[in-house]
Design a protein around this ligand. Structure first.
Ligand code: NDP
Length: 248
């Protein structure tokens, strides 16, 4: 992993930037010099982020968008193309947990919503910005996954399936682009002190978990133009890349 990350003049798109891991990733990327396009539904959270980034001397563009609005994702890609003609960094971080429930008790609309936000919106975002990342001299894509994609966890079925799916998307995309400047990696942030984790584990003391700012600081080097790796999963807790690929 690159030891220092200078992102001066680079353009980064971060989804789920209104709170949690995405908020602090957006802030860290801006602190490293990137212009951040911050996407989420909650305008208050985005404005708070904007204030913090401005206080650091950085720049952000706020995009209040519900990622279930697929046409909205396409419009955002078009707008980035018109204004900048390229994108240097994609952080596909927005996600929802859905419910913790036996698979047989999950309601269809809950399953579909988890898939829509965690998987379909991520694919649509990739499709929308793929040409823009290829237009960058060092495009970097960071796809937020979870340990649930690999571990066997009772009651986490829809979320686990969605994270396994986005990892598969990331791996395929990385393989398609392996001979280009674009580098694509998934990230397992590990248990982090956020609203989602509190929803998943209501009995847990949040103070025992790393703050999202610590987690974000470890992820930022994946956006560096100096990064070599592609098609891997970066495990934040282990602070290293994991190789989950089966031998061909
Ligand atoms: P939070 O619930 O704190 O934040 C989720 C973010 O996603 C918010 O900014 C939210 O914004 C955004 N989001 C959710 N739904 C939509 C939507 N329909 N349209 C646009 N944005 C949306 O989650 P975390 O920070 O904990 O999680 C971030 C990522 O990390 C997720 O992908 C999660 O699966 C993953 N992860 C988290 C772990 C943890 O322990 N926290 C562990 C493993 C993985 P808004 O509501 O404003 O739209």
């Amino acid at each position: 992993m690159p030891s220092s990350t200078d992102l001066a003049g680079r353009l980064a798109l971060v989804t789920g930037a209104s709170r949690g891991i995405g908020y602090f990733l957006a802030k860290e990327l801006a602190a490293a010099g990137a212009h951040v396009i911050a996407v989420a539904r909650t305008v208050g959270g985005l404005e708070e982020l904007d204030d913090e980034i401005k206080a650091l001397g950085g720049e952000a563009t706020l995009v209040p968008l519900d990622l279930t609005d697929m046409a909205g994702i396409d419009r955002m890609g078009g707008a980035i193309h018109e204004r900048w003609g390229k994108l240097d960094i994609l952080v596909a971080n927005a996600g929802i947990l859905g419910v913790i429930s036996p698979i047989g008790h999950v309601e269809a609309k809950t399953f579909e919503k988890v898939m829509a936000i965690n998987v379909t919106a991520t694919w649509r975002l990739i499709r929308s910005v793929d040409p823009l990342l290829r237009a960058s001299d060092a495009g970097r894509a960071i796809i937020m996954s979870s340990g649930a994609a690999h571990s066997a966890r009772a009651f986490w079925g829809p979320y686990a399936a969605s994270k396994a799916a986005v990892e598969a998307l990331a791996r395929s995309w990385a393989d398609e682009t392996k001979n280009m400047a674009l580098r694509v990696n998934a990230v397992n942030p590990g248990a982090t002190r956020t609203a989602m984790r509190a929803q998943a584990m209501p009995g847990e003391d949040p103070e025992t978990l790393p703050h999202p700012s610590e987690v974000a600081a470890r992820i930022v080097p994946l956006a560096s133009p100096a990064l070599k790796e592609t098609g891997l999963i970066f495990d934040v807790r282990e602070n290293r890349f994991m190789q989950y690929r089966m031998p061909e």
